[in-house]
Design a protein around this ligand. Sequence first.
Ligand SMILES: [Zn+2]
Ligand SMILES: [Zn+2]
Length: 308
Amino acid sequence: MKITVLGSGAGLPSKTRNTQSFIIDLIEEINEYFLIDAGEALQHRILNTNIKPSKITNIFITHLHGDHIYGLPGFLSSRSHQGGEGVPLTIYGPKGLKYWLETSFEITSSHLNYPIEFVEVSHNDCFDISGFTVSTFLLDHNIDSFLYVFEEPVKKGSLNVNKLLDIGVTPGPVLKTIKESTSFEHNGTTYLTEDFLGSPVDGRKISIHGDTRVICSEDYYQLINHSDVIVHEATYLTNEKEKAHQYFHSEIDDVLENFNNVSYGQLLISHISNRYDEDDLKVIQDKLPSEVTLMYDLLDITIPRDSR
Ligand SMILES: [Zn+2]
Ligand SMILES: [Zn+2]
């Protein structure tokens, strides 16, 4: 599991930053990618990776500001010609997204060769998507903007082969059958599989925010607590708290302070304004704690199990 950054910039792109877009790479786990937001140069960034558009089968849009969706119609159209024929796609997003996309397709005479299902999200939704639990939370922006929390299912512990040998089970293909069952029979006795398993392994958790002011509420802290990775914006990186508040965005010190209320593995800062040049950003990055990273385009972050 990893996150690939396809767009780390704020409202305006820069030479080095596309507007917001991320991939959660779940190829090893479920042979799929999840795409979160679709900044304008999404397709071009994908060309710099090994990502196959046909393997993007679920898209999550945080909100309908252009810097988060202007890459979507182009990507969806191209996907028809990039192995996506007949491969269904589901798009989660706020009210209005379906209308905007269908209008774009109609006016531009775009015809997709695969079905799209639209799912309108609201506050505190919870979806089961390819075995992952995906929860939503309404943030504080000047239009509806959502946080998506992705939770991997708990993995069964490994089989205790010695314990199985003790009851006379010989190792072989039967072990796989036993692990996948809840109980099994051997020499006329029925055993519970859980008695032969090690401790279950926690799934990983990724929390990706749309644009927002910092949120300070108990239910929010509870939702994102124990995330392996949190992605949060900091459009303002240098002491401009009032401006951040005025424009419904966040300032980095506020973000860091707020996350003292939760435990997490890594914090990735997104929505980097083009007002900062790379030298400014290097100075800011050097002052940040090691678990906090200012994102940049095409950054890959691998998320090991138990990283929090
Ligand atoms: Zn934005
Ligand atoms: Zn916005």
